[in-house]
Design a protein around this ligand. Sequence first.
Ligand code: GTP
Ligand code: SPV
Ligand code: MN
Length: 610
Amino acid sequence: MADLDAALDAAGLTNPSVRDYVRKYADLTGAERIEVVNAGDDARLVQEALDAGELLPAGEGRYYSRSHHLDTARSEERTIVATNDEKDKGVYNNWRPASEMVPLLEDRMRGASVGKTMYVIPYLMSPPGNDLAPWATGVELTDARTVVLHMIRMARVGVEHVNDVGDQFVRAVHVTGDLHNLRQGTPEDRRYFVTVGDERTILHFGSSYGGNALLGKIAHGLRQGAYDGWASKKFLAEQYMLIGIHDKETGKDYHICGGFPSASGKTNLAMMLAPDVLGDRYHVSFYGDDIAWLWVHEDGRLYGMNPEYGVFGVAKDTNERTNPTALRSVDPGTGAIFTNVAYNPNTEEVWWEGRTPSRPEDVHGWLDWTGAPIADRKDSDSSPWAHPNSRFTTTLANVPNIADDYDAPTGVPIDAIIFGGRTRDREPLIRAIHDLAEGVYDGLTLGAEATAAAEGKEGVLRYDPMSNRPFMAYGEGDYAQHYLDVVGAAAEQPIFAHVNWFQRDPEDGHFLWPGYRDNLRPLLWLLQLRNGEVTGRQTAVGIIPTADEFNLEGVDISPQDLETILSIDKERWQQEMTNREEHLRQFRDLPEAIWEAHRRVAAAVEDSQP
Ligand code: GTP
Ligand code: SPV
Ligand code: MN
């Protein structure tokens, strides 16, 4: 490409290592032109996307996009972590040798961008100046303009982030491929989503949706971050939300982070409004809703920060009751992008299941997520209007409860780490754990129903260690040891807890706990426990609140349901301990401290009163 140097010069992209990398992939993919992207290019690129029909208007300053109908979620089968050392093979990371995958991906990418623009997106997955910024720098190359628009919302984007980093940046290459001919979901599937951990290179081919294509997010922010955190011995990269809780009465601030599997409540928790009766006293602030990096700073405390700059949130069931904060974050004028929801081009409205109690009455003009008119549907067709993994994208600054210091380089000290998944029985509302090894053990045995965030997995009950199963970068035994080492190095230990908002009545299926805003209540109890203000009740699997320790003013729950979610079913837990043993046995080199924790908990379950 003759004008490559001229384009890089004009953009002020001076780092020679970055320039060499761009040249290599421009040559390989055969892109016709390159364009270096800065955050300030957003308005122009939005207009170009509207003109090209890649975006459609969704009211003032909001946009709608539709992905290919076979390209709507992550594919766990097609996602691979490759390295040059077979010791990195784990149970969940789909390890392959780098020497096999790199040529294979380069082959797929060869000539695949002929006639297209290759956008060069320099990005930073941390607040500027953060301790971990050296691992957070990357350059994504993509051939899709809508991916650029998403990256501008989800990451800090601009050449200033990469000019002075030498060779220390992640090479993140995204090539869409011919979505009509990739045989998605068949044995001849041509897609590959590969992170080459020890080469700090990400090669994704065959999708333009979500984390498959916005490479700063899960590929760098989780998989590469996890690998780097372990290789450097410095940090953890986790699929965690991160919130602050401010107590206006005492003036104290607390920070809680925690892992819930995909589409299981992180965004909702991070955007939570305090329940009305508690609102005068407590305020919840949003730091992050999907990823946190954790490390111990020179002052000896455990810190967390959100590498992202935006929210890629699940649309389904987002409404004025469940999450008004999310709705405000995508109000007119926010620049939000909706993907794969239902759309009405006449009125420029969007809709998804759970947005309102019933579907829009006048179906005239409404199109489902595939673009098919609702009015043409057969009466028997009850399929959802919006794809179950349809999402909204908006920058952090649009989130009404964004923390004042979300962009501060320091990050925030962590008081508590929580885990939770969709579990319809057994798991109580909350159980707290003081001991580090038992906390890590608890995270490793997180069991949950999988969701539509991954292709073809919805409803499957499975273990999802630390909510990181789809993002594991190296062996689980090494991971557990690294977790113990990082958190164990902190002078002040966080408290751990397991939470469950999803217990259901076995007969009629209703959720026993109202959830959403009321989720603040068990978290406040946890902080009180940490402060020694309550004692709870010790059980075999942790400390659970007694009903009187627990502020339930204004909560809509029956006494029987409350009793169920605050109790431990011995028999179910005995079964669970057998399953856990089998689950943990898969992992090579699991630290003895984790096995000891397992044996301690299993013995306590056996000894407990039924
Ligand atoms: P990813 O972005 O995929 O990693 O997911 P997430 O963990 O951020 O999920 P999110 O908060 O967007 O939750 C997804 C789904 O869980 C939505 O359909 C919510 O309505 C539902 N949900 C969240 N919190 C609660 C709760 O407290 N109770 C119940 N019953 N449902 C909830
Ligand atoms: C998830 O699936 O956990 C997400 C969405 O947060 S994606 O970035 O597409 O992976
Ligand atoms: Mn996620």
